[in-house]
Design a protein around this ligand. Structure first.
Ligand code: GDP
Ligand code: MG
Length: 308
């Protein structure tokens, strides 16, 4: 692993952030998301939820001379929980609100105003809330004005942008508003040749989680996961992961008696990856002692090129 070689130049002005698209069912969240990420989308089709977000689309680009990376997540529609399942779905929405740098709160022109639950949730986000008034193609200018006035009174927002996701109207304006509130931050995901393979990130995360679940205190913190190979074939994904540790004794602990521990975490990780990627996974893991990995990896992390 020549870590330094995969470190590209990142401008100190780079902007990046997590953007959550929330709102009631059917207001046009998914349509909007597709319009926003467009063709450049590198999508993760998996339904699995990650520690931070259910990440659906990552968009890299340049806006007025500034490189950016937008990490969009679509969420389930906000509903009043009636079942346990709903509750956990809403917990997820809540989580994505809490973590978001920017929240796109999508409403449509017809939305009935039973939104107290939504407003309560929005009140707790620290991200900038941009209210997106969708389906303007179905309304008169007066109706649109009326709605804007209504929301202005109801909710504190960074901006209110009327759009038609379907007709792709108002999208430039919305994009401009997003850029305005996007923090200066290094990219969260690789932008170079790895751009179309954010799956690597999740593969490493899944193994890391198993390490945390199965080993005692200092070992997980001395461990780093690198995905050396991620090859998607027709029926199977072949993944080769290196588990870096700092000392020989830690290598022994990771591997366990006759390899039992490594086998255990490997099986658990593979099962979860198969669920996550929706495909069979061949996972090869090996453990390597790399006394100096912290220095090398730390450098990458600063630039967001390693998952942390
Ligand atoms: P979600 O449930 O919030 O993700 O909503 P969807 O994106 O699935 O859209 C729900 C329905 O609204 C679909 O039939 C879309 O085609 C329609 N829709 C979305 N945006 C617009 C729009 O701007 N104008 C009109 N007329 N229909 C839209
Ligand atoms: Mg949807």
């Amino acid at each position: 692993m020549e870590a330094e070689n995969i470190l590209p130049q990142v401008s100190p002005n780079h902007r990046a952030g997590f953007i959550s698209i929330v709102g009631k069912p059917n207001v046009g969240k998914s349509t909007l998301m597709n319009v926003l990420v467009g063709e450049k989308l590198s999508i993760i089709t998996s339904k699995a939820q990650t520690t931070r977000h259910r990440i659906m689309g990552i968009l890299n680009g340049v806006h007025e001379g500034t490189d950016f990376q937008l990490v969009y997540s679509d969420t389930p529609g906000i509903i009043k929980p009636q079942y346990k399942l709903h509750e956990s779905m809403m917990d997820f929405v809540q989580g994505s609100l809490e973590d978001a740098d920017i929240v796109l709160f999508v409403v449509d022109i017809f939305e009935k105003h039973d939104e107290e639950d939504v407003l309560q949730r929005l009140a707790r986000t620290e991200g900038a809330v941009i209210l997106v008034l969708n389906k303007t193609d179905l309304a008169t200018p007066e109706q649109i004005e009326e709605k804007i006035a209504f929301w202005k009174e109801k909710l504190f927002t960074a901006a209110i942008i009327p759009i038609s996701a379907l007709k792709e109207e108002g999208i430039d304006k919305l994009f401009g508003a997003i850029m305005e509130y996007l923090p200066v931050h290094p990219p969260y995901f690789p932008k170079d040749e790895l751009t179309d393979k954010p799956e690597r990130f999740f593969a490493a995360e899944i193994i890391r989680e198993k390490v945390f679940l199965n080993y005692k205190k200092e070992v997980p913190y001395s461990t780093e996961i690198l995905i050396e190979e991620f090859k998607e074939k027709k029926d199977i994904i072949v993944i080769r992961a290196v588990i870096l540790v700092e000392r020989q004794s830690q290598k022994g602990i990771i591997i366990g008696d006759k390899g039992s521990m490594l086998k255990k975490i490997g099986m658990a990780a593979r099962e979860e990856m198969e669920q996550f990627f929706g495909k069979k996974v061949f996972l090869e893991q090996y453990v390597k002692v790399e006394p100096d990995w912290r220095n090398k990896i730390q450098k990458l992390k600063q630039f967001g090129y390693e998952n942390s």
